[in-house]
Design a binder for this molecule. Structure first.
Ligand SMILES: [Zn+2]
Length: 741
């Protein structure tokens, strides 16, 4: 092969081609797992893909007097893999609250005299630890014999009597109970809140021993639960009976099987009305009725019976304080219920917004992913929580005691409901491994949440746009980790796992790929991995596979490093028409022996401006003696065409102090006030990562050049984004002006 001219040119610039093997556009072969028959190179599940299935039948009892929960659980484990399993791993999440839990031990402590006065020191630091761990009463085989098991903190290994063969199933039973934690005292994603009237709001989750995921990526995903990084769970079918005080209202994952046993005739009638109401929520329990109920205390119980198929988890909420409303949502011709439960303390905010936000979320997410496949989504009021489970989630947003609330509370409530209902899609259905890759559910979900919120209210402050991540990305590098980090081990968890991936996806959609290519690829990913277990590589690969865009540079920079964007205008050289050719121009004219043909290349017409922009006048072209003859040789048409040729040339040097490669978005403003946008793909940096030049030919003088005028690329330093340099008035200058003025 003969090397082409471009090679010579690159050599001349001192940048041999070989550099491209090490540059920021190199493919991610070194970072991604080798594709195989389970996970293809296109990012889809392969023909040999399998996943385990775990079915649960549970009897649960809530003891309101002692705040304890009891359960008997029958588990059927289906081994769909081709492997023989010697043991099963079960998650005991509540053991994070056990007296001997190591979770508090891994937190560093500092004695702070200002905060740890005698009072707070005795009340919190010296207080007995709350004992909220699991009490396992038995683990039994299907035949009633005891099963050998070993508990290691939040994980329990069930030692199988003989290895479980491929395609075989194993049935076993666990009986357990634990003390329910008060969320306001001990924190938690599950627990109770006690109101001044003595009533409790129970929002109960990860309350039963749950099987770990077994797959060909991790083997058993049995990383301990330290309290932050969430869960990895298999899909299965649930049949759950929950016994609670008879005056409680209860909602849970799944479809209620016995409405006649637990609802009044009036409540059933109202619920059927709600199923036909697509505009407004219908009350099933009104505030008046809820206020009446919260005054009573029955000792009788009722058992609520739910079934849910193809869910990865089960949660419920129960209280006698609940107001209950619901409306129908049309998901591509199918009716889905949007439902809310909240005490009077949530009003008037909750009756105005909760169920409507649930409905909007299901509609918006369905557009961007797949039709919401479950029958309902429930939003339950809680003072502090924001936590998601299949078909049900717990959300904060409480007005002041007099019912007033500020914009921030309202915005926070709309935001958290959208986010938690959105988690039905990621990770409840697109079932990624939360324990290891927080961004795969939180990042993707926060991104779709942003689009849904902007749909609910175009002026909504989402906090997830590229400009919102600038303070984090431009901050102290010793407190920043790549997105591709385990959630338990990063500083600034929120920006790392929520905002940065969300802002990155927003940037991909709006700026780098465009909505058409992005949406198709994102929907492809969602549908490929619906009810399956995707890994990061499956996401990265699908987004490229479905769009014909090589995005390895983006994943590599945004997800695997802590580099940031910073692009600036380094230098602007101006060239203009003149009637007094510069010395250089005269020399060139001489060199070409005033060969008029050479002027077609405009080598001589343009002189470099020394001071600012010198407006040119097309008529002056005719004053050139040597041009005159040339112009006279042209036809009228040819001449007028020539005179319309660009009169200004600008050579602009863009610099990139930031480590990330990014598209350069440029806004040119002309002397007549008109503006023009240009966008150069990130690949413009492929030969030289530090600076690149572009030339603009124009009839009108350029008065300013601004990079990334709409703050689309998370550029951390905008002080170099403008030419001429914008003098930004300092706060002190503004202050001085005020004093003077
Ligand atoms: Zn979340």
């Amino acid at each position: 092969m003969i090397l082409s001219g471009s090679y010579a040119q690159e050599q001349e610039n001192g940048r041999p081609l070989g550099h491209t093997n090490q540059n920021k556009f190199r493919q991610m072969k070194d970072l991604l797992a080798t594709p195989n028959e389970s996970r293809t190179a296109s990012g889809a599940p392969g023909y040999a893909y399998t996943q385990q299935k775990v079915d649960y039948i549970m009897d649960i009892r809530l003891d309101e007097v002692n705040n304890q929960i009891f359960g008997e659980e029958k588990i059927t484990y289906h081994n769909n893999s081709k492997d023989h399993l010697e043991y099963l791993w079960v998650q005991l999440d509540q053991n994070m609250r056990a007296k001997n839990s190591k979770t508090p031990d891994i937190n560093t402590e500092i004695f702070n005299a200002a905060f740890n006065g005698p009072q707070s020191f005795t009340s919190s630091n010296l207080k007995d630890r709350f004992d909220g761990g699991f009490n396992i009463e038995y683990v039994k085989n299907d035949d009633g014999s005891n099963l050998s098991h070993t508990i290691n903190q939040t994980m329990m290994r069930i030692n199988l009597p003989k290895p479980l063969a491929p395609d075989a199933e194993f049935k076993f039973q666990i009986k357990w109970w634990y003390n329910i934690n008060d969320i306001n005292v001990d924190g938690g994603r599950s627990g109770l809140e006690t109101f001044p009237d003595g009533n409790n709001n129970y929002t109960i989750a990860q309350f039963y021993p749950r099987l770990c995921v077994y797959d060909n990526v991790e083997g058993w995903q049995n990383m301990q639960f330290w309290g932050r990084s969430e869960f990895a769970l298999e899909f299965g079918d649930f049949e759950v009976k929950i016994t609670v005080p008879a005056d409680h209202i209860l909602e849970a994952t799944g479809d209620l099987q016995n409405p006649k046993d637990v609802l009044t005739k009036e409540q059933q009638k109202r619920f059927n009305e709600a199923k036909k109401s697509f505009q407004d929520p219908v009350f099933i329990v009104t505030q008046e009725e809820a206020e009446q109920a919260e005054k009573g205390r029955t000792t009788k119980t009722k058992t609520w019976h739910f079934k849910a198929n193809q869910v990865r988890d089960f949660a419920f909420a129960s209280s006698r304080k609940y107001i209950w409303d619901a409306m129908a949502v049309n998901i591509n011709g199918r009716e889905v219920m949007a439902i809310s439960l909240y005490p009077k303390e949530g009003n008037p905010l909750w009756e105005e917004h909760s169920t409507r936000v649930v409905a909007n979320t299901l509609e918006e997410y369905s557009k961007l992913t797949f039709d919401y496949p479950y029958s309902k989504a429930v939003s339950v009021h809680s003072e502090r929580q924001g936590m998601e489970y299949p078909m049900i989630c717990f959300n904060h947003g409480r007005p002041n005691p007099d019912g007033t609330y500020d914009e921030r509370t309202k915005r926070g409530m709309i935001g958290v409901i959208t986010h938690e209902v959105g988690h039905n899609f990621f990770p409840m259905i697109v079932n990624s491994d939360e324990r290891q890759w927080t961004w795969m559910d939180e990042g993707l979900n926060s991104f779709v949440e942003t689009l849904a919120e902007l749909d609910y209210d175009p002026n909504f402050f989402t906090g997830n746009l590229p400009k919102d991540i600038v303070p984090y990305m431009g901050g102290d590098q010793s407190y920043i980790s790549p997105i591709m980090s385990h959630g338990d081990y990063v500083h600034q968890f929120g920006p790392n796992a929520y905002t940065k991936p969300a802002a990155g996806l927003y940037m991909l959609r709006q700026t780098i790929m465009g909505p058409e290519l992005f949406d198709y690829a994102f929907r492809t990913y969602s549908q490929r991995w619906m009810f399956k277990h995707p890994t990061p590589a499956d996401f990265f690969r699908t987004m490229e596979d479905a769009s014909a865009m090589d995005l390895d540079w983006f994943w590599r920079g945004w997800f695997y490093t802590t580099d940031y964007t910073d692009i600036g205008v380094k230098e602007v050289k101006q060239y203009y028409l003149t009637d007094k050719p510069t010395e250089k121009a005269m020399k060139l004219a001489e060199l070409y022996n005033m060969n008029l043909d050479a002027f077609k290349d405009k080598l001589v017409y343009y002189a470099e401006a020394e001071n600012g922009i010198v407006p040119s006048d097309a008529k002056k072209v005719e004053d050139f003696a040597f041009l005159k003859a040339y112009l006279e040789s042209l036809s009228d048409q040819e001449r007028s065409k020539l005179l319309k040729a660009p009169k200004h040339f600008y050579q602009v040097t863009y610099e990139k102090p930031g480590g990330l490669v990014m598209p350069i978005i440029v806004e040119l403003t002309y002397e007549d006030g008109t503006k023009e946008r240009k966008m150069y793909p990130a690949q413009i940096w492929r030969y030289n990562e530090n600076e690149v030049t572009k030339v603009y030919k124009t009839n009108k003088a350029i008065t300013s050049i601004v990079i990334d005028p709409d703050l689309e690329t998370a550029d951390v330093d905008t002080s170099n984004n403008s030419w001429p340099k914008k003098i930004e008035e300092s706060e002190f200058d503004k202050f001085k002006d005020k004093v003077r003025g």
